[in-house]
Design a protein around this ligand. Structure first.
Ligand SMILES: Cc1cc2nc3c(=O)[nH]c(=O)nc-3n(C[C@H](O)[C@H](O)[C@H](O)COP(=O)(O)O)c2cc1C
Length: 355
């Protein structure tokens, strides 16, 4: 594991934005590929169906660095239709978890990023204006070489007046703006845990359907992936898929699992309102990502659907990649482990059996 993460938790979001990426990601020599790309992801040839999900690749420089390091499916971090501030620093802390993380736990956070690595991340999905991110995303998407494809992620912003109609309009505008960048795959985040809302959009089945139908109406033939959270109840997941699974082209799961985060003195670790609970990712959530991948694969078959499955959560080694692929994931992505191991894609290409 590299000791220098490409996103440095000791620095502010803006500092990372301006000066990053760091460590090996700062070296811009592209990794060479000798063979032909043998895999496909949503109609695009890829060398390996492996990438970095929405989050750590906070702008085009990071996406390009990921492409250079052989992450063939990088996702440009979730953007919005307008500028949106980042939560105050710190935005990433290490958390200690014994075994697998179940929901509703209290965890102690510190700055000791040791293996097996789990972290909490708390940004609040910041965004710059489309005037900045549209050309930046377009440039990053165009940087992909044959055998690579960039995904653009976005989400809607709840209007202050709470109107459902303007919420839907914002998703439609976001979809149009992302489409204009020329990214070949669009992802919508239906599972944002850090907005202070008790319920994630993906747990509201009817609203999710309205949102994805509205987006599909805007993006035409560009494949649409939805980012989902861990669904505890298989019957609810089946009900969700009946409504949404035939409309979308891909499902990426999971996002983070929420927990109460305290510092070593037992106080709230992340300063500010609405930040006592925060999303946990990395090694401790792998079990949930693998369970979701296998449930999605089983239900896809049962319901005769075609969406592709992107397995996310603690996929930090060739063995974990294999586990996800055997569970039924068409593609696999790592955020936390990739941040600390810029050579992860190369390791997977060398050592994974399920390629
Ligand atoms: C620094 C960081 C920022 C993230 N930001 C987003 C985001 O903007 N949108 C999103 O859909 N998921 C976001 N995530 C969640 C990841 O995409 C992923 O679902 C989660 O971290 C689990 O994968 P991991 O265990 O490999 O980290 C973020 C994760 C990290 C570590």
């Amino acid at each position: 594991m590299s000791s220098v993460p490409f996103y440095d938790p000791a620095k502010s979001y803006l500092d990372n934005f301006e000066h990053g990426p760091f460590g090996l990601f700062a070296d811009t020599t592209p990794t060479s590929q000798t063979s032909e790309p043998k895999h496909e992801f949503l109609g695009h040839a890829v060398y390996a169906p492996f990438g970095i999900p929405a989050g750590p690749l906070i702008n085009g420089k990071y996406v390009k660095a990921a492409l250079d390091k052989g992450f063939d499916i990088p996702v440009y971090k979730t953007v919005r239709t307008r500028r949106y501030e980042c939560h105050p620093w710190p935005n990433v802390l290490a958390v200690k978890v014994e075994g697998d993380l179940a929901t509703d736990r209290t965890l102690v956070a510190n700055h000791d990023y040791a293996e097996p690595l789990s972290i909490t991340n708390s940004f609040g999905v910041p965004s710059f204006d489309p005037e900045f991110w549209q050309p930046d995303m377009a440039d990053a998407a165009a940087y992909a070489r044959p055998g690579q494809v960039v995904v653009g992620s976005f989400q809607g912003t709840l209007p202050e007046n709470g109107s459902v109609a303007s919420y839907l309009e914002d998703f439609k505008l976001g979809a149009r703006l992302v489409r204009e960048t020329g990214v070949k795959i669009i992802e919508v985040n239906l599972s944002c845990p850090n907005e202070g809302t008790a319920n994630l959009l993906c747990f509201d089945i009817q609203r999710s359907r309205e949102v994805v139908e509205a987006i599909k109406g805007e993006i035409g033939s560009v494949p649409l992936v939805i980012k989902m959270a861990y669904y505890k109840d298989e019957d609810r997941l089946r009900a969700f898929l009946r409504e949404v699974g035939g409309v979308v082209d891909g499902i990426a799961a999971i996002n983070t699992i929420s927990a109460e985060i305290l510092d070593e003195d037992g106080k709230q670790a992340l300063p500010g309102e609405g930040r006592l609970r925060s999303g946990v990712c990395g090694h401790a959530v792998k079990w949930a990502g693998v369970v979701m991948a296998s449930r999605l694969a089983r239900l896809r078959e049962e319901l005769g659907m075609k969406f592709e499955i992107v397995g996310v959560g603690g996929a930090g080694s060739a063995a974990a990649f294999d586990e996800y692929r055997r569970a039924g994931a068409d593609a696999v992505m790592s955020a936390t482990s990739a941040m600390w191991n810029p050579l992860l894609a190369q390791e997977i290409k060398e050592h994974a059996h399920e390629l």
